[in-house]
Design a protein around this ligand. Structure first.
Ligand code: MLT
Length: 271
């Protein structure tokens, strides 16, 4: 589906009825990341999954003539989508990795629009100085060699080592999702992530029910960092999924979907 927002022609999936579950993808991905959730969870929720600007089918669009896409801007795009769809009730917001950074921005700026939070394979801390320098270098590579060069270099770390070795079909699917990201989207997201604020101090103020889902073998965001985040969010639930890496929702869709089902308000429990 496609909808014209004020300044952006946004593509998105919208399936099911009832409680809205907004799924925000990570980098350098798009809404196809969420296919196992869109098809399975749309019997119990209205599952909305946008392609963020410059990702998937949503075209790139510079912001104030700058290259970077601040996380606040990507959150604002999600709010504009909900407004355009006339959804003003609080929604369940799930974000994976960069999508989690966007979810933090959305909750910071629009807490009244958030009923529950699901933080997947993500972290609350800002980039380290070394991490920031790596983002700059990666943006330069994307400009010089094209966005697929970034996708290719990230691919082995996106999945658990055994998934990468034993499931070539899934590896190909992930590469297929990543390689369509535009250069502008790649650079915009890299520089936006580089400048994102630290959300650690805000964790203790999160007052909506929060579920954290993390792959036990995530190679991008280590488990101990997530355990620290979990300890700081009041009453948060932490689900560690075995045999899964960064893209836990694709690697273990049944376990992932069940964790979400158990967490969604007032819904059935079958898968
Ligand atoms: C993602 O999966 O969204 C990115 O790996 C996040 C990051 O690089 O910090």
């Amino acid at each position: 589906m496609q909808i014209q927002l004020d300044n952006l022609s946004m593509h998105y999936s919208d399936q099911g009825n009832g409680q809205v579950l907004l799924l925000i993808h990570g980098f350098p991905l798009n809404r196809r990341l969420w296919q196992p959730q869109i098809s399975s969870l749309s019997d119990v929720a209205r599952v909305i999954a946008p392609d963020l600007r410059g990702h998937g089918d949503t075209p790139p669009k510079p912001f104030q003539n700058q290259r970077l896409y601040p996380m606040n801007l990507l959150a604002e795009d999600c709010i504009c989508l909900l407004d355009a769809l006339q959804i003003f009730q609080p929604v369940v917001v799930a974000g994976l990795s960069m999508g989690g950074y966007v979810a933090f921005a959305l909750y910071r700026n629009y807490p009244q629009r958030v009923a529950r939070l699901i933080l997947v394979s993500t972290r609350a801390t800002a980039d380290t100085p070394e991490g920031k320098a790596n983002r700059e270098k990666a943006a330069e590579v994307a400009l010089q060699e094209g966005a697929p060069a970034i996708a290719q270099s990230m691919l082995p770390r996106m999945l658990a080592p055994q998934t990468y070795t034993n499931r070539p079909d899934l590896v190909e699917t992930v590469m297929g999702i990543m390689k369509v990201t535009s250069v502008e989207g790649t650079v915009g997201a890299l520089l936006g992530m580089k400048d994102r604020p630290d959300s650690t101090t805000a964790l203790s103020e999160i007052s909506v029910p929060t579920l954290i889902i993390h792959g036990a073998e995530d190679q991008i965001i280590p488990l101990d960092e997530v355990q620290t985040m979990h300890a700081r969010i009041p009453d948060a639930i932490l689900r560690i999924i075995p045999d899964a890496g960064h893209l836990v929702n694709l690697e273990q869709p049944k376990l992932f979907n069940q964790a979400v089902r158990d967490f969604l308000p007032n819904i059935g429990r079958t898968n």
